[in-house]
Design a protein around this ligand. Structure first.
Ligand SMILES: [Ca+2]
Ligand SMILES: [Ca+2]
Length: 122
């Protein structure tokens, strides 16, 4: 444990900060998988104006517009409805990468259809 028994100088603080960052980076790079129990860690943001229900490795989630969630998923297999309208459903699926950042967003390949969305790398 660090013990500070004198006035801490700026240099000391910088040193402490730097040490902490090293530890943090180390955890991210080497131990993230161990800490997460071998799961893939992913971040997903819902950038659409729709409620989106998706199933990630068999568990169902509902994300509201603007929400950002962090998931620990064993396999990273995601399936979701690409049509934002309640009465239309068109499923699509992907396998997500460990430490990937993703976003649900209006898709960029059907400009004539304003209701459909896709999952993109953020
Ligand atoms: Ca729908
Ligand atoms: Ca579209």
């Amino acid at each position: 444990m660090l013990k500070i028994d004198r006035m801490t100088t700026t240099a000391d603080l910088l040193k402490l900060t730097s040490v902490n960052q090293d530890i943090f980076v180390d955890l991210n790079q080497k131990d993230a998988e161990i800490i997460s129990g071998g799961c893939k860690l992913v971040e997903i943001t819902n950038k659409t104006k729709y409620d989106i229900t998706h199933v990630l490795d068999g568990k169902q989630y509902l994300m509201k517009p603007g929400e950002k969630w962090y998931f620990a998923a064993p396999n990273g297999y995601i399936s979701f409805d690409t049509d934002g309208r309640d009465n239309y459903k068109q499923d699509k699926s992907y396998t997500l990468n460990n430490e990937g950042k993703y976003k649900f967003e209006d898709n960029n390949y059907t400009p004539e259809n304003p209701y459909d969305l896709d999952l993109y790398i953020a």
